[in-house]
Design a protein around this ligand. Structure first.
Ligand code: LIP
Length: 266
């Protein structure tokens, strides 16, 4: 059984390599390859190429582990470890030339479903800034050799929050009602456009909290471990208006309950 730190350093190496490829392809120009769940939900050729690179590297280094990727699907392994991968989180930013996109790689143990797995290691790499956020279970979350810690409480000016809006226009009214409910506790609201970065920023204390409905496993697997290892709380809840696509809330311990209650609407 590899240690969580061994998996973490592998995730870091591969995330860097994958991010360099994404950035190179970005500078050459980006073409949309297809649309997915909605017209706004796109995949570029680079998403596919970067995921193929990650999948190939993992197959060489960790043959036998399972794989769950945004673009190329799931494959069960013979070990109890699965790699959960978003090759380019923030694809719409990437396609428009906005630098907020990231490679997100996590190693999880157990059934490859978010409610059943235990995250062992994760890396979120932002090619545009060169920042590599990483964490291993019970060994902290880190950036440039410095240990990350969430903001325990927001400042007196209010919480700096982030959110996201899914690709399905039918859900936007509910998302906006949620924004209206949380705004009284906010000093301001960000929409960064890449869930893995939102979560990394909560872990780093750059945001006080984050909420979004309908994240996919590859959007949050690595970021969720970053938040937990930085002392934050994160949970998901299935609501009437979020059928099948739960609401996720992450924050420091002093804010979490308040933010969760407002986001849920209870
Ligand atoms: C995206 C997220 C974004 C969220 C979208 C989508 P993709 O991931 O990170 O913040 O609002 O619903 O899941 O599609 O760019 O990998």
């Amino acid at each position: 059984m590899p240690t969580a730190q061994h998996l973490e350093s592998l995730a870091m190496d591969i995330a860097r390599e994958a991010g360099d490829l994404a950035q190179r392809r970005r500078s050459e120009g980006v073409a949309v390859a297809a649309t997915k769940s909605a017209l706004a939900d796109i995949v570029t050729h680079a998403d596919r190429e970067v995921e193929a690179l990650i999948r190939g590297r993992l197959a060489t280094e960790r043959p036998g582990d399972g794989f769950l990727g945004e673009e190329s699907g799931a494959e069960r392994g013979s070990t109890d470890i699965t790699w959960v991968v978003d090759p380019i989180d923030g694809t719409v930013n990437y396609a428009y030339g906005i630098p907020s996109y990231a490679v997100s790689i996590a190693a999880v143990r157990g059934e490859p479903e978010p409610d059943k797995w235990e995250a062992l290691a994760g890396a979120v790499f932002s090619p545009a800034t060169g920042e590599l956020f990483h964490a291993a279970q019970n060994a902290g979350a880190w950036l440039y050799g410095a240990r990350l810690a969430v903001n325990v409480e927001p400042s007196a000016a209010g919480a700096l929050l982030a959110t996201g809006f899914g690709y399905d226009p039918a859900t936007h009214a509910g998302d906006l009602a949620r924004v209206a409910r949380v705004m009284p506790m906010a000093r301001d609201l960000r929409r960064i456009g890449a869930a893995s970065l939102d979560l990394a920023y909560v872990a780093a204390g750059r945001l006080d909290g984050y909420f979004e409905r309908g994240l996919q496993p590859w959007d949050h697997a690595a970021g969720e471990l970053l938040v937990a290892e930085a002392g934050g709380r994160m949970s998901r809840v299935e609501l009437e208006d979020t059928a099948g696509r739960p609401l996720f809330v992450a924050a420091g311990p002093g804010l979490f309950e308040r933010l969760f209650a407002a986001a849920v609407g209870s």
